[in-house]
Design a protein around this ligand. Sequence first.
Ligand SMILES: [Zn+2]
Length: 213
Amino acid sequence: MVAHIEDLGRRIELVSMDKHFHDISIGLYEQAEGGAHNFVVHTYSRLDGAADRVAFLSKAMMTLGGLERTANGHGGLRFPCGAEHALGCRRIFLESCKLATGSTLDAKPLSIFDKKSDRTVTVTSDGAGTYRLTADGPEDGRDRRVGAIAKGLVKLAEMELVADDQVRFACGHAHDAMVGLLLGRALNVRAAMREQEDQASRGVLSAPSAQSE
Ligand SMILES: [Zn+2]
């Protein structure tokens, strides 16, 4: 069901110890196929249940991140727009790995309570890849907080800043699930970036081989 190892492509993210499944390492691989970008969740572990864990993570990435199955039958994933969105995809993978197999999967809403500013932050899609951020509550400090969260989305999802309160995907397609998922992380973008760096440095130390680097 999974692609042959030589077809896996380039590893773009690694969870070196999956705390939800026997500390196995699980990688996210990217394949560029005729201009399309496909992603594969893969583990070298041969433990019983490892394949189920990988299948769950793929499913989680579809629900939480809005990816879909590729048509080539290799168990790969892609964004409906076909674009890479590598950074966003890596985050979707990391967030999925935080869930135990069998967890209920729901796409995150485009609205979230921001403890730091005591406001509800809402993101509105124009359906063509542009999202506008708004927040309720008093005017004082509101624009600044909205601007900081917008910049967080730019960093985490490789979006473009259109205005202080507007961000867009260069592909021109809506990615509501990904935006909803990353909105929570954009509230504290520093912690999110640190987490990714930690993950990356651990990955270097415990990579099964360096060939995919
Ligand atoms: Zn896209």
